[in-house]
Ligand binder design. Structure first.
Ligand code: TXA
Ligand code: MG
Length: 345
C-alpha cells in the first residue's frame, strides 16, 4: 500500500514519519522544483536496490544524491568544493547536479559502480525538510517507471508507482518540469552531460571553458552519462518530432499525415493557428514557441495525456536548440525515439 499525502496535509508530523520511513530503508516520493523524485536513504545499499526494483531501472544507471546543505554535499566527495563556491552559491538550491569524485561513504549502488557521484541541492521546501528529517542524503531518480516521461505531479507518481513504494508527498505541480542540468566537475575539463534549465551560458559565467558532452551535439557519439543512452521519456504510442522553421514544420506535418490514421498534437500557439485542424482534433498547445519556460513545464504531462487519447500517433512540434531549448529538445528527441523530421535550427 502506498500512502498518498495530499498537499495540504504535509506537515511536521508527516515529514517526521516520512523521514523515519527513509531511515528504515523505505521509499518516499517527493516533489522538487524540476520533477518528482523517488527517495531512499542514499547511504543504505539495500534501500537503493529497492529504487531500481520499483522503477524497473537498469542497474548501471547511477542516481543523484539530494542534499540539504553544502556541508552535506562536501561529505559525499573527496573533491574540494571550495573552488566552486561561486557556482554553488549561484545555483544551489536549484536545478544543477554536480558530478564529483565519491567519498567512501557513498555506496557503489548509488553510482552504478562508478567512482563519481551526482549531487544536487533541490529548491523545494518539502524536499529539504524530508532530507533534514531523515538526516541522510536522499537517492532520488525521477519517480517514474524507467523509460516513461518524468512525473511533474503526485497523481502521475501514483499512476506509475502505487503499490511499489511506501509514501508519496504531494507538493503540487513542479515549476520547472524537466530534470536538472548535470555538470561533471570531476575531471579537469568541466562538461555538461545532460542539459537542463541552467544553460551552458549560465554556467560559463563561472566556468568559462565548460563544454557540452559530444553526444548532445552529435547523436552518433556515446554519451558519458549512463542515463542518456537509454530510451527515455517515451509515450507508448509512436511519436514524430518536427523541427525547422515554422513553414518547414507546417509543410512536413501536412506531408506526413496519413488520412487513414488518427493523430494527437503537442504544438505551439503559433502553429495551432496555421494548421487547419477540425474541431474534433486532439490538440494540446504548450504555449508560444518562444516561451521555453512554459514549454518545459508542460511537455512531460502533455505526452502522458496524449498517450491516453484514442489516437494512432503523436505529432510533436520541436523548437530551436538555443538556451533552455537545448534541454527541451534533448527530452523531445528521446521521446520520439529518434523519429525526427526536418532540419534542426
Ligand atoms: O532534476 C533531477 O535531476 C531529478 C530530480 C528528482 O532531482 N532527478 C533525476 O534523476 O532526473 P534521474 O535518475 O532520472 O537522472 C539522473 C541522471 C541520469 O542520466 C544518470 O545517468 C546521471 O544523472 N548520473 C548520475 N550519476 C552520474 C555519474 N556519476 N556520472 C554520470 N552521470 C550520472
Ligand atoms: Mg529519470
Amino acid at each position: 500500500m502506498t500512502k498518498l499525502i495530499k498537499q495540504n496535509q504535509v506537515n511536521d508530523k508527516i515529514l517526521k514519519q516520512a523521514g523515519h520511513i527513509i531511515r528504515e530503508g523505505g521509499l518516499v516520493a517527493f516533489p522538487t522544483e524540476t520533477v518528482y523524485g523517488l527517495g531512499a536513504d542514499g547511504l543504505n545499499e539495500e534501500a537503493i536496490d529497492k529504487i531500481f526494483v520499483a522503477k524497473n531501472r537498469p542497474q548501471d544507471n547511477p542516481v543523484i544524491l539530494h542534499v540539504g546543505s553544502v556541508e552535506m554535499a562536501q561529505a559525499l566527495t573527496t573533491d574540494d568544493l571550495r573552488p566552486y563556491q561561486d557556482l554553488i552559491e549561484a545555483f544551489w538550491p536549484g536545478p544543477l547536479s554536480l558530478i564529483v569524485n565519491k567519498s567512501d561513504e557513498v555506496p557503489y549502488q548509488a553510482t552504478g559502480g562508478l567512482d563519481t557521484v551526482a549531487i544536487r541541492f533541490p529548491r523545494n521546501d518539502i524536499a529539504i525538510q524530508l532530507i533534514q528529517a531523515a538526516n541522510r542524503p536522499l537517492a532520488g531518480p525521477s519517480a517514474n517507471i524507467s523509460g516513461r516521461p518524468s512525473p511533474t505531479d503526485a497523481q502521475t507518481v501514483m499512476e506509475d508507482l502505487a503499490g511499489r513504494i511506501d509514501m508519496v508527498l504531494d507538493g503540487g505541480p513542479t515549476t520547472i518540469g524537466i530534470e536538472s542540468t548535470v555538470l561533471d566537475i570531476s575531471t579537469p575539463q568541466p562538461q555538461i552531460l545532460r542539459p537542463g534549465a541552467i544553460t551552458q551560458e549560465d554556467i560559463m559565467a563561472f566556468i568559462p571553458d565548460v563544454t557540452l558532452d559530444a553526444s548532445l551535439e552529435d547523436i552518433s557519439q556515446r554519451p558519458k552519462s549512463p542515463g542518456q543512452k537509454y530510451k527515455h521519456y517515451a509515450p507508448s504510442k509512436p511519436t514524430a518530432l518536427f523541427v525547422g522553421d515554422q513553414d518547414a514544420k507546417l509543410a512536413n506535418i501536412k506531408d506526413y499525415l496519413d488520412p487513414k490514421k488518427t493523430y494527437g498534437y503537442m504544438i505551439s500557439s503559433e502553429l495551432r493557428v496555421r494548421l487547419d485542424l477540425d474541431e474534433t482534433a486532439i490538440v494540446y498547445v504548450y504555449g508560444s514557441i518562444e516561451d521555453h519556460k512554459s514549454i518545459a513545464e508542460k511537455i512531460f504531462k502533455t505526452l502522458r495525456l496524449l498517450d491516453k487519447e484514442d489516437i494512432d500517433e503523436i505529432i510533436v512540434e520541436g523548437l530551436d536548440y538555443t538556451g533552455q531549448g537545448l534541454a527541451i529538445m534533448n527530452r523531445l528527441e528521446k521521446s520520439a525515439g529518434g523519429n525526427i523530421i526536418g532540419q534542426k535550427i
